[in-house]
Design a protein around this ligand. Structure first.
Ligand code: BG6
Length: 491
């Protein structure tokens, strides 16, 4: 039987001096604290290889907060910083873990039985040794849960190896695999849009939907993650996790409730229904020198300092082989050094079956277009439904039609709500042991299975990325991938 859920009173952060901790985790925790959302007795213990004391860690945290968290969200920094403690650790040897356990200390909840939440954001090679160390130090009991940050492997086999190592010490109901896209407000809003409105579900199928597009464009290049990115590439960095999760949320059947098992059961069914991609249905690219936001930027090889075959762009035509989605392609594209930072999902509906306006005007089609629903995730959070309307006027040529947007801008609809960092939601759920927005093992495995099959085809056929200029929407073959089906990428 699953252990009863207990809010954590201790949060142990591995990788506490790293980039993710400074940019995202500490700012998220401070913002949660400012909003009074953290358990009052929660202590946060950071650990990483460097040696420092609590005071030095707090100073590092203060600097990170001043840099990465807007002043109006910081609340009382002193209150937050007082929660922080630090213990240096060489994660590869068992020795230091006992001292770490002492620093973590016993639960301070009244019944002495508070939970411990661990957040692991370390190199994949450290997963195994860290789990062994935690076990050695008695930090894996039934009230301990663990959050795992990517990369969790580079293919199905290595991902299974990591999952097996973690499963030695933690049951699946205590493993929280993070995909930070699930922490984004608009991504969760997709579920609200689909399942809290009667309007969409009846037409959310191949009878009414022509195709779906999912775009995650980034203007940045390699940033500081040269080695990681070159080993990974866009397919494993973005498609395997974030984009497939978005696809699953669009494609899944209605779950019976918004609960971890029900939601994830439906997502995994959609992921398992993905058809193996044919070689002509995937295009990869790598950026060359160009201009982004009006500034000249170097090509990938130059940024990297050597030649590489790693893809920085992927476009795929995917199919979900089930009753609902028969014949509806899902076009996905993602890349670095694209013209815009944008994440959006476009649902393109079919044309009306018969247009009464068709004959209006001499030989004119009156401008009739199929409807589309655009879910903007970033940079703007908005939902736009394009509808056809009559162009005002007394034209003698008959009725003229034009697309007009019905638009909901989330910040306008919910005035006074600030935009949250995705990790705020996820850290809070880890502390409160709610797995709904975390990825279950069977989902990850279905994702890798699909990705591995594509990569095997690349390897077997020695397929190399095509080039594209930085600041463009990828190689021309990516445009052709959609255009040969009569589809235009939404821009
Ligand atoms: C990360 C990838 O998971 O997501 C990065 O490793 C990418 O390469 C990032 O830049 C994008 O996240 P977001 O939230 O900025 O869209």
């Amino acid at each position: 039987m699953a252990a009863p859920v207990i809010s954590a009173d201790r949060l142990l952060l591995f990788g506490a001096t790293g980039d993710l901790a400074r940019r995202m985790l500490l700012p998220s925790l401070c913002a949660l604290d400012a909003d009074g959302l953290l358990p009052e007795n929660l202590r946060i213990i950071g650990t990483a290889r460097s040696e420092m004391d609590d005071g030095e860690f707090r100073n590092m945290a203060r600097e990170a907060l001043e840099k990465f968290l807007p002043a109006e969200r910081r609340g009382s920094m002193a209150h937050f910083l007082n929660r922080l403690h630090y213990q240096g650790l060489d994660a590869t040897t068992l020795e230091g873990y006992k001292a770490l356990a002492e620093k973590v200390g016993p639960s301070n909840s009244e019944d002495g039985d508070g939970g411990l939440a661990i957040f692991l954001s370390t190199a994949p090679s450290l997963f195994g040794p860290t789990i062994a160390g935690l076990e050695h130090a008695g930090l894996t009991g039934e009230h301990v849960r663990i959050g795992l940050e990517k990369p969790l492997g580079t293919d199905l086999e290595s991902s299974c190896a990591i999952n097996d190592a973690v499963a030695e010490a933690f049951s699946e109901d205590r493993i929280f695999r993070i995909d930070h896209y699930l922490g984004k407000e608009t991504v969760q809003n997709l579920l609200a849009l689909r399942f809290a409105n009667i309007l969409f579900e009846p037409i959310w199928n191949s009878n009414y939907i022509d195709h779906v597009q999912i775009t995650v464009g980034e203007t940045v290049g390699l940033e500081s993650r040269v080695a990681y990115y070159d080993d990974s590439g866009a397919m494993r960095d973005m498609v395997q996790n974030h984009m497939l999760q978005l696809l699953a949320l669009v494609a899944m059947e209605p779950p019976t409730s918004f609960d971890a098992t029900a939601v994830r059961d439906e997502k995994v069914k959609a992921l398992r229904a993905l058809r193996a991609v044919a070689p002509g249905e995937v295009v990869t690219g790598q950026y060359r020198a160009g201009a982004v936001d009006g500034e000249a930027v170097p090509g990938y090889d130059d940024e990297l300092g050597k030649d590489s075959d790693t893809e920085t762009f992927v476009a795929i035509k995917a199919h979900v082989d089930n009753w609902r989605w028969k014949g509806v392609p899902f076009y996905m594209r993602t890349g670095k050094r694209l013209p815009e930072r944008v994440t959006e999902i476009v649902v393109k509906f079919r044309c009306v079956p018969h247009s009464i306006f068709e004959s209006a005007g001499a030989g004119s089609s009156a401008g009739l277009q199929p409807n589309s629903l655009v879910i903007g995730i970033q940079p703007e959070e908005n939902i736009t439904l394009s509808l056809m309307a009559k162009v005002p006027g007394l034209g003698v040529d008959g009725v003229r039609l034009r697309e007009v947007p019905l638009e909901i801008t989330m910040p306008d609809a919910f005035v006074g709500q600030h935009r949250r960092i995705a990790y705020e939601r996820l850290l809070l759920d880890l502390i409160n042991a709610d797995q709904t927005l975390f990825v279950r093992r069977d989902e990850v495995e279905a994702q890798w299975q699909w990705i591995d099959a594509i990569r095997r085809v690349w390897e077997a056929n020695d397929i190399k990325p095509k080039t594209y200029s930085a600041g463009t929407w990828g190689p021309s073959a990516a445009i052709a991938l959609a255009e040969r089906d009569g589809v235009t990428w939404y821009e």
